[in-house]
Design a protein around this ligand. Sequence first.
Ligand code: AMP
Length: 326
Amino acid sequence: MKRVLSGIRATGRLHLGNYLGAVLGMLELQERNDLETLYMVADLHTLTTPYDKNELKNNVRNVVLDYLAAGLDPLKSTIFIQSQVPEHTELFYLFSTVVSLARMMHLPTYKDKLKQYPNASTVALLNYPVLMAADILIYKASLVPVGIDQEPHLEVSREIARKMNEIYKTDFPEPIRFATKGEYVPSLTGEGKMSKSVEGSYINLTDDLETIKKRLAGAPTDSGVGKKIPETGGVANLLKFVELFEDIEKRKKYELSYLSDGIKYSELKEELADAIYKKLLPIQEKRKQFEEDPREVDGIIKEGAEKARKIAGDTLKEIKEKMGLL
Ligand code: AMP
């Protein structure tokens, strides 16, 4: 059976970008009978940029709760925490022997992160894509539901798979991205993507209606009329959200207004806030149930690690043998 692997870093609560770009794909794939799905909290990847060690445990738990609340089902998917499957890091080291330093240093994602965190130039940050390749390939997963920002990293995974297969005659698949319609969720600030590290850019899955309204209120707009529908910036992004959370018809209606009598952004934002909250409410209610049952959540995490370690251990043994280690 083909396998699926995905993960999210434990940097705080999940936002709409994580949900639309990654979690919706994870949910769709867990329903398929021809696939085995494994979803992790990428706590080791969290250490590659500045983090608060006193908050990490809590943040890891919050991602698990957000996963379960969003509908990841431990009966259908293996849900686990990356650092509890140490085989990932061992395979990562073995993979690092076939990756050139130059390739890693020229990755645009690495350069972007360095720009964002100039003091975080560590070997771990440089190695992020190699660990990600190990995360995926230790399960020989061929499908990876993640946002489009992860594409350069998946390319590295494919290169590593090819190299390993060529040199050591392994049988790693070349993993491809499973894309959702929200593969790129823009920032509420009108610039770039929605991201936890940019204040004012995101809406969290746990936000109440008031907070959603407040966050949308901060999104930049214009006079509401023009000869051409904006393709970038605040208004373009608001229209994208209308499409994602209401529907394409609604978007077309606003576009017509923009070209004729004008959009009233206060009304657009009010309606959009209601539409977003309506989608989030069932997730928030489900989250409460899991929050009230910490033992069940502990059990899910423990069982997830056991299941994942079994598969990971088999792959690691095979690769070590093929590399001449055992
Ligand atoms: P990260 O928080 O960087 O670990 O990202 C976790 C997952 O969410 C990855 O699959 C990302 O591609 C996805 N993701 C994060 N931000 C966005 C966004 N703004 N739009 C679409 N997907 C996103």
